[in-house]
Design a protein around this ligand. Structure first.
Ligand SMILES: *Cc1c(COP(=O)(O)O)cnc(C)c1O
Length: 424
């Protein structure tokens, strides 16, 4: 067991951190003493990048100066605005630009993708998901089953951990996929489970799903901007994610979508259509007969949401300037290991406090979920009083997500210090 690192050593780690200057680019909410809080809720709502204000003012200025003409003559013409996000989005998730598009909101996109990638037949109609998935995903899958006249309890199969364990084993996921075999239509799992913080082996799950002839998709709400994703190489069929968590793109922000290149020229795939997914060369001829654009862009419905996209573009630029996800992930692993060492150093019995997130860095992102068996809510309130903004999930889990762009090692050391005081 490692000794708790002191605040001084946290300062040393911060001094040696090449990403430390990025913290200055964010508005850090003040704590009760008006000093900057230690903000660990980037998994819920990422902080406001200072660059966003200028990005929004640019859109407002274009609108004021040009009105409708800003679609063509703006500083970044609205007509093509979504296209300006494709390269950075592709880098973010390990995709080709044709495989990604930014549009709508997450749950909406999940439905749009399921319309195409959940095509149940009389015998192949099961959806495999992780038990305890984020509620919106559960409701989305229930309603997708009903959309096809199926009973959710019959159509949806949930993966649950072994007795006495908190997270899933890859081998058990693979075994379940094999067991379902040709009854399995679609696998839809979170890239990182929001509650436990477990990151799934997306390459292995995709391979297992494809081996039985199923489509495999991931909800990357807690993975995008958190993990170093390689969606194309992992051969994932489809994915979507929100941008307001680890991607700092604001409440209700826009969402990203991935559809593998092999579906890029499949106009025959059933989908819900709208004019923004239509072949742009004839979009304004206003004619009947939907012809989808190639790639993920062919799933677009409505004209681009310029304000959320302007925020998102500023955020993606920050990720690129920091060196991309490989660089961010390296610091992220250190921050989380540091947080973990602070908790281990308390040497509390598992009957009192447990980290339910896997210890293996390959099986988690930045978040640690702490199951507090006694005085959990009291601990959460104590942390809040110290200016440590964590997240409480009923019945007794505290989630802490140190993020590499704006969290410092000193933030993490503050948690360690607060925990030592609380459990003294
Ligand atoms: C945050 C989150 C959502 C939220 O969905 P919205 O459509 O953005 O409101 C959905 N699913 C998962 C897995 C999430 O983590």
């Amino acid at each position: 067991m490692t000794a708790p690192l002191t605040l001084a050593s946290a300062a040393e780690l911060d001094a040696a951190d090449p990403l430390a200057p990025f913290r200055e680019e964010f508005h850090i909410p003040p704590g009760p003493d008006w000093k900057p809080s230690a903000y660990f809720c980037g998994n819920s709502l990422g902080l406001l990048p200072k660059a966003v204000q200028g990005a929004l003012e640019q859109v407002l200025a274009d609108w004021a100066r040009l009105g409708v003409e800003a679609h063509f003559d703006g500083s970044s013409p609205w007509m093509h605005y979504h296209e300006t996000l494709a390269d950075a989005t592709a880098r973010l998730v390990g995709a080709k630009p044709i495989e990604v598009v930014v549009m709508n909101n997450l749950t909406v996109n999940l439905h749009l993708l399921m319309v195409s990638f959940y095509r149940p037949t009389a015998t192949r109609y099961k959806i495999l998901m992780e038990g305890g998935a984020f509620p919106s995903d559960q409701y989305a899958m229930e309603s997708q089953a009903r959309l096809h006249g199926l009973a959710p309890d019959d159509a949806i199969v949930e993966l649950v951990p072994r007795p006495g364990e908190h997270t899933l084993r890859t081998e058990d996921i693979e075994a379940k996929i094999q067991e379902l075999g040709d009854s399995l239509a679609t696998v839809l799992i979170g890239g990182v489970n929001y509650y436990t913080g477990q990151a799934f082996d997306m390459a292995a799950i995709t391979k297992a799903g494809h081996a039985v002839g199923a489509y495999v998709g991931f909800d990357l709400a807690h993975a995008a901007g958190n993990l170093h994703l390689q969606l194309h190489d992992w051969d994932v069929d489809f994915a979507c994610w929100c941008t307001y968590k680890y991607l700092n793109s604001g409440p209700g922000g826009t969402s990203g979508v991935f559809v593998h290149e092999r579906f890029a020229n499949r106009p025959d795939l059933v989908r819900l259509a709208g004019w923004w997914g239509h072949d742009p060369s004839v979009r304004f001829q206003m004619k009947k007969g939907f012809r989808p654009m190639p790639g993920a862009a062919g799933w677009q419905l409505s004209n681009a949401q310029i304000f959320p996209m302007a925020i998102h573009r500023a955020s993606l630029e920050t990720v690129d300037r920091a060196g991309g996800m490989a660089v961010l992930r390296r610091k992220s692993e250190q921050l989380t290991a540091y947080l973990e060492s602070q908790i281990w150093a308390l040497e509390l019995p598992a009957s009192q406090l447990e980290i339910i997130t896997p210890t293996d860095p390959a099986q988690r992102g930045c978040q640690l979920s702490i199951l507090v068996h006694q005085r959990g809510r009291e601990l959460f309130d104590f942390l809040a009083a110290q200016g440590i903004i964590a997240d409480w999930r009923e019945p007794n889990v505290i989630r802490l997500a140190p993020v590499p762009l704006y969290n410092s090692f000193e933030d993490v050391a503050r948690v360690g210090e607060a925990l030592r005081q609380f459990f003294r």
